[in-house]
Design a protein around this ligand. Structure first.
Ligand code: NAD
Ligand code: MG
Length: 395
C-alpha cells in the first residue's frame, strides 16, 4: 500500500454502521480520510461529524435539513461543501478522488449509490444488504463490469469470506455448504402465541447487538437472516440449497464454511461491528478495530439449535424467493420494508409482518428486471401492494 491516505465516502454515516465506521477511521488518521458523509435528514448529527472529520462534502437527502446544515457549516467556518438530494449520493460514490465507499444506508434507498460505486470500480464495503437483495444478479454484474472490489460488512458474510479460500474460482469445488449463524433475536424463547402483542420497543431490544431500528425488527422476525441467505447466495455464488442457518444465541461464532472433506472453518469474535468494518477497510491487511478479543476463560458455553419455522415463518421465504423468477427477492424486500415501517409506526401487528410479506409475494409477479429503472419500478409496485395488505390487516 502507498503511504498516501485513502479517501472514503460513508453513505449513511449517522447510523449505527456509519458511526462504527467513523470510530475505526478515527483510529487510523494517516491511513484514511473522509471524502463525504451522508444522511437522510439528521443535520445535527451530520454537523458534529463534519466538525470532527472535516469531509470535503456532506450530503443530506432532505432539503430543509441540508439548508440548516449549510448555514451551520458556514457559521462554523468549515470547508465542507453541503449538497442536497438523492442524486448527490451517487455523485459522492463515484467521485474520482474516492477509493472506498461504505454502503451503510438502510433499505433499497441505498441501491442507486451502491451501484454508482460499483460502476465506478470502487472498493465497495457493503453493509446495506437490502441493496444486494434488490439488485441480485444485476448488482453482481455491475460489480464485475466496473472492476469494483466488493467486500461484505455484514458480520456473517465477513465471517464466511474470512473462512473461504482466497481464490473464488475454487469455492464451488471445495465448499460443501455455508452455515450462517443467527442469534434468534429477542423472541427466541417467547411463546409464539404472544407475538401479536410485541411492541416496537420490545422488538428493538436485541440481546447481543445495538443496531438501527429496521434491522432490529428484522432480527426479531428473523427476516434479517432471510435477507442474509439471499445476500450470501449472490455474494458467494453457491446454490441456495448449500446455504444453511443455525441458531447460536451467544453470537460468538459469526458463521462457518463446511468443506467437501467434512472440515468446518469458522470465524469467532466478540459481537462488535468494528471487527468486520476494520477487516473490510484494510483488506487484505489487518488493522486495530477497537474491539476486544474473546476471553476464553470467561466465555462459557456455546450452544446451537435449529430455527423453528412456526416461530420464524419468514426465514423459509429466502429459499422460495431465490427459486422464483429474477426480481422475486426485490419483491420480498420491498414488502418487508413497508411492513416493518408500518409495525414501527404502530399500524401493523408484529406477527402480521410475515402476512404482508407472504401476501405480497403471491400477488406481485416480477417480469425479469434488466436495469436499475426496472428494479425501482418493481420495488414501487411491490410497496404499493404491501401497503394495501397493511391496510387490509389493520385492526
Ligand atoms: P441506521 O438506521 O442506524 O442508519 C441508517 C443510515 O442511513 C442513517 O445515516 C440514515 O440517515 C441513512 N438513511 C436512511 N434512509 C435513507 C434514505 N432514504 N436515503 C439516504 N439515506 C438514508 O441503520 P444501521 O443499523 O446502521 O444499518 C445500515 C445498513 O447496514 C442496513 O442495511 C443494515 O441491514 C446493515 N447492517 C447493520 C448492522 C448493524 O449492526 N447495525 C449489521 C449488519 C448489517
Ligand atoms: Mg448480520
Amino acid at each position: 500500500m502507498s503511504d498516501a491516505p485513502q479517501f472514503i465516502t460513508i453513505l449513511g454515516s449517522t447510523g449505527s454502521i456509519g458511526q462504527n465506521t467513523l470510530d475505526v477511521v478515527a483510529r487510523h488518521p494517516g491511513r484514511y480520510r473522509v471524502f463525504a458523509l451522508t444522511a437522510a435528514r439528521q443535520d445535527e448529527a451530520l454537523f458534529e461529524q463534519c466538525r470532527a472529520f472535516q469531509p470535503r462534502v456532506a450530503v443530506l437527502v432532505d432539503a430543509a435539513a441540508a439548508a440548516r446544515l449549510r448555514e451551520r457549516v458556514r457559521e462554523a467556518g468549515l470547508a465542507v461543501e453541503v449538497r442536497q438530494g438523492a442524486q448527490a449520493l451517487c455523485e459522492v460514490s463515484e467521485a474520482p478522488e474516492v477509493h472506498a465507499v461504505m454502503a451503510a444506508i438502510v433499505g433499497a434507498a441505498g441501491l442507486a449509490p451502491s451501484l454508482a460505486a460499483a460502476r465506478a470500480g470502487k472498493k465497495l464495503l457493503l453493509a446495506n444488504k437490502e441493496a444486494l437483495v434488490v439488485g441480485g444478479d444485476l448488482f453482481m454484474d455491475t460489480v464485475r463490469a466496473g472492476g469494483a472490489t466488493l467486500l461484505p460488512i455484514d458480520s456473517e458474510h465477513s465471517a464466511v469470506f474470512q473462512s473461504l479460500p482466497e481464490d473464488p474460482a475454487s469455492w464451488d469445488r471445495r465448499v460443501d455448504k455455508i452455515v450462517l449463524t443467527a442469534s434468534g433475536g429477542p423472541f427466541r424463547t417467547r411463546a409464539p402465541g404472544t407475538l401479536a402483542e410485541v411492541t416496537p420497543e420490545q422488538a428493538c431490544a436485541h440481546p447481543n447487538w445495538v443496531m438501527g431500528r429496521k434491522i432490529s425488527v428484522d432480527s426479531a422476525t428473523m427476516m434479517n437472516k432471510a435477507l442474509e441467505v439471499i445476500e450470501a447466495r449472490y455474494l458467494f455464488g453457491l446454490a441456495p440449497e448449500r446455504i444453511e442457518v443455525v441458531i447460536h444465541p451467544q453470537s460468538v461464532i459469526h458463521s462457518m464454511v463446511q468443506y467437501r472433506d467434512g472440515s468446518i472453518v469458522a470465524q469467532l469474535g466478540t459481537p462488535d461491528m468494528r471487527v468486520p468494518i476494520a477487516y473490510g477497510l484494510a483488506w487484505p491487511e489487518r488493522i486495530a478495530s477497537g474491539a476486544s478479543a474473546l476471553d476464553f476463560a470467561t466465555l462459557g458455553t456455546l450452544s446451537f439449535e435449529s430455527a423453528d419455522e412456526a416461530r420464524f415463518p419468514g426465514l423459509p421465504l429466502a429459499w422460495s424467493a431465490l427459486r422464483g423468477p429474477a426480481g422475486t427477492t426485490a419483491v420480498l424486500n420491498a414488502a418487508n420494508e413497508e411492513a416493518v415501517a408500518a409495525f414501527l409506526d404502530r399500524r401493523l401487528r408484529f406477527d402480521h409482518i410475515h402476512a404482508v410479506n407472504d401476501a405480497t409475494l403471491q400477488r406481485v409477479s416480477p417480469s425479469k428486471p434488466q436495469s436499475l429503472a426496472d428494479l425501482l419500478a418493481l420495488d414501487e409496485e411491490a410497496r404499493a401492494c404491501a401497503r394495501q395488505q397493511v391496510t387490509r390487516l389493520q385492526t
